[in-house]
Design a protein around this ligand. Sequence first.
Ligand code: GDD
Ligand code: MG
Length: 331
Amino acid sequence: MKAVVLVGGEGTRLRPLTLHTPKPLLPIANVAFIERQLDWLGRYGVTEVILSIGYLPDAFIRHFNGDSYGEIHLRYAVEDEPLGTAGAIRFAADGIEERFIVCNGDVLTDLDLGEMMEFHAARKAEASIALTRVLDPSAFGVVPTREDGEVIAFVEKPPAGQAPTDWINAGTYILEPSVLKRIPVRLNVSVERETFPRMLEETGRLYALQSEGYWLDIGTPEKYEQAQHDVLLGCVGFPPAPGAVERSLGVWVQGSPEIAADALLEPPCLIGDGAVIGERAQIANSVVGKGVKVGADAAVRDAILLEGASVSAGADVKRLAVTGECELSVV
Ligand code: GDD
Ligand code: MG
């Protein structure tokens, strides 16, 4: 099966982390987010993924260094200018003539795609949307349905307090190729604001499945931080990162970092391969990236240190996500 992953957004809410690294390539517990998503798609038999890219295309091409990721064949559909979510699907899925999957490239989920495919087929839907429940639906696409899942309305970002339900678009769709014909070529079109609402007017068969699985849009600093901790706690399966070994309860280690015997590691935490943790350093509720150096007597709490970062001896680092090539002294 083929899937289009929308990774064209600029990730403005995650700046400065996304100034040089597109959001899908930011690591979640030391694994590029997109790889987690590709692993999930692969588990449901997806063998070809088209990455729908606008922002920093070279970063993706460098990251994968070719046209495959494990068993998955990768293709890159690079937009000259943003085409919006539907325009991007139309452009990336050009030539697809069978049922396919579309997903937003910033959603961490263990949604049961097998169940969704059965749901879609059983209803002979033209498009199916996965739904998840959130406390505040106003930042999302809100989707009330009938009992059998038929979509009644699609309301993107309703004003606070006015959402008709707290079930929202989870950003995963199964589409028949006929949906592509509904989207004009090479125009900026939104699937949420234009294509889906128009399908409802034109009696397209639009259905939505409520899912209780884990779900998180990683697009804000708070959610990006939450995703790391949720992964460490096993919300999307164990081990939290490939090759990670649990050295004591909730303390995970990848490869062979150098950890001083008297360093204090408090769960949950993950120490990446080649990291150096100095004497008496404290790491608590944090992710330490590959090769990161933490000096003696430093304290790193509730933090995410990405590859290339280093922490000086005695520094106190708290509630921070830090990306490449920077040294933290006193924070
Ligand atoms: N290729 C391409 N081109 N991708 C795009 C473009 C574009 O012009 N615009 C946005 N995207 C990608 C983003 O990279 C992201 O992966 C996805 O489309 C959704 O865009 P966001 O900017 O993250 O939208 P959102 O989070 O505000 O809302 C969307 O996701 C919610 C769930 O997280 C909507 O689909 C909502 O309906 C949904 O509830
Ligand atoms: Mg988003």
